[in-house]
Write a protein that binds this ligand. Structure first.
Ligand code: ATP
Length: 219
């Protein structure tokens, strides 16, 4: 069923459906009507029905869609589509912004789990993403087969959390903290230091003025 080629626009909507179904599932809902789904994901119900028709008749008249089977179906389809699930560690200001952003313009990557040491944030859903306590990180990363993580914890905790990620089998870390973390050679780190990027831009403007205006600082 998932072998059939589906239109790109439909494929792009799958993570949106998936995310909402996950919320419904976590809230204990067993079924959802196409109207309800349509309102929640802001896609008209005719489009939803057409999208779903590519996967076979999943809905039942007068019943709607079975949340769990739909969720399992999307899970399988999205994995076959090579969607990469990513974890985020540290749901502070930056972490929140990234959860809210959640790479919506692409359907190949998505933050599916977040972790935080703060007990007030753990066990909640933030921007549609479940936040787990740190004690559950290793287990969740394994269950969800996540091997890429975004690091948005405070500087002082960055290395310690990076070590925990490595111990949990993570293969790639996108490091948003301003420190350089040490990891084994088998793990790849991508550093994104936003303050540094901004300072570089300002430095170029201060020193080279309009001469630098048309050049990217990353060239
Ligand atoms: P930001 O740096 O994103 O602006 P902030 O100023 O809101 O964040 P920080 O103190 O930097 O807050 O912490 C970011 C998040 O990381 C917080 O939600 C905090 O609870 C969490 N955090 C702190 N230490 C750890 C840790 N060891 N493991 C996991 N999460 C942590």
């Amino acid at each position: 069923m998932a072998e059939a080629k589906i239109p790109k626009a439909t494929a792009k909507r799958l993570p949106i459906y998936y995310r909402y179904l996950n919320i419904l599932f976590n809230a204990g809902k067993q079924r959802v009507s196409s109207t309800e789904l349509s309102e929640a994901v802001q896609v008209d119900s005719a489009t939803i029905r057409r999208d779903f028709s590519y996967f076979g008749a999943l809905g039942k008249r007068g019943y709607g869609y079975d949340v769990e089977s739909l969720l399992n179906f999307f899970k399988k389809t999205l994995n076959q589509d090579r969607l990469t699930n990513v974890a985020l560690i540290g749901v502070g200001n930056l972490g929140h912004a990234l959860l809210n952003y959640n790479f919506r313009q692409t359907n190949s990557v998505r933050i599916s789990a977040a972790f935080d040491i703060n007990e007030e944030i753990a066990n909640t859903i933030q921007s549609g993403v479940p936040v787990y306590p740190m004690a559950e990180m290793k287990e969740q990363l394994q269950i969800q087969q996540i091997d890429v993580a975004i690091l948005t914890v405070p500087i002082d905790d960055a290395q310690k959390v990076a070590d925990e990620l490595v111990a949990a089998g993570v293969k790639g870390i996108m490091n948003f903290t301003p420190i350089r973390i040490s990891v084994p050679a088998t793990v790849r780190v991508q550093n994104v230091d936003l303050a540094n990027e901004l300072q570089t831009l300002i430095y170029f403007l201060d020193h080279y003025g309009s001469e630098a205006a048309n050049q990217s600082t990353t060239d």
